[in-house]
Design a protein around this ligand. Structure first.
Ligand code: GLU
Length: 279
């Protein structure tokens, strides 16, 4: 089977060496196997993403010497597709509206605050899971904002057999139940990262997902969504995170040097490639 890898940045800032490492790794894996390398801009959160960063990302990747296959997929242009996937889950009774604010959830889970979902939020105690249909309808009609949550127990009951994923050449068991009823959509973000990423990996025919170790736990949830939606199963390779000399993961917030700053300092594309991914 032809290997298809992808690089899927969120346009929330300029690319730095951590991104260059991830992009080069995925690109090299595709090219060395005669496969495909595709790009995706994960820009579903309008409060954090900016078009000028999206443009800069493509320019920086081209400057680095990376080429990609097919059109760039821009998530904000496909909201209707994510909505259709959510509607499908709703029709099967696998999602429900949750009207709880963050403050309510925090208050309710104060005792069990150690457990977290893959987005770092406290595990949802299930408050809205059993709301009667009439209450749901009344609150929605009154304009109360809500999130859509996956009913984890029902979702697990509707997939057959144990859930596993292929990672680093082996197969391991997945345990999405530890995340509870995760959010799949919010008012501000009509579809969560988890739904969009699995939807798009399927649409773009990704066979090998290479991404940072920080996203490894989320893979358990992604395998569940793939199984529920009958999307194909890609293999996963979670790579190390590039850190600064103090051992902290590079991030825009902590002032990581961007690729364009390196470029302005006189670095060549080959020089930056060697810094990001030494042979
Ligand atoms: N958009 C995510 C990020 O920039 C990457 C998601 C993924 O590779 O699955 O961190």
């Amino acid at each position: 089977m032809l290997t298809t890898t992808r690089f899927a940045p969120s346009p929330t800032g300029y690319l730095h060496l951590g991104h260059a490492y991830a992009a080069l790794l995925a690109w090299r894996q595709a090219r060395e196997s005669g496969g495909r390398f595709v790009l995706r801009l994960e820009d579903i959160d309008p409060s954090r993403c900016r078009p000028e960063y999206a443009e800069a990302i493509l320019e920086d990747l081209a400057w680095l010497g990376l080429d990609w296959d097919g059109p760039v997929r821009v998530q904000s242009e496909h909201l209707d597709e994510y909505r259709a996937a959510l509607d499908g889950l709703a029709a099967r009774g696998l999602v429900y509206p949750c009207f709880c604010t963050r403050a309510i959830i925090r208050r309710e889970v104060a005792q069990a605050a150690e457990a977290h979902d893959p987005d770092g939020a406290p595990l949802y105690p299930g408050t809205c899971r059993h709301l009667p249909e009439s209450a749901r309808r009344a609150r929605t009609r009154a304009g109360e904002p809500y999130a859509l949550r996956l009913d984890m127990a029902r979702a697990l009951a509707s997939v057959s057999g144990p859930l596993t994923c292929i990672e680093a050449g082996g197969r391991r068991f997945c345990r999405p139940e530890r995340f509870g009823d995760v959010v799949l959509a919010r008012k501000q973000t009509p579809s969560s990262y988890h739904l969009c990423v699995t939807h798009d990996d399927a649409v773009q025919g990704i066979t090998l997902v290479t991404r940072g170790m920080d996203l490894q736990p989320a893979t358990d949830l992604h395998r569940l969504l793939q199984s529920l939606m009958r999307w194909p199963e890609p293999a996963y390779a979670h790579h190390r995170l590039v850190t600064n000399p103090a051992g902290k993961r590079l991030s825009k917030r902590d002032g990581a040097v961007s690729l364009r700053e390196l470029r302005a300092l006189g670095y060549s594309p080959a020089g930056v490639r060697a810094l990001a991914l030494p042979d």
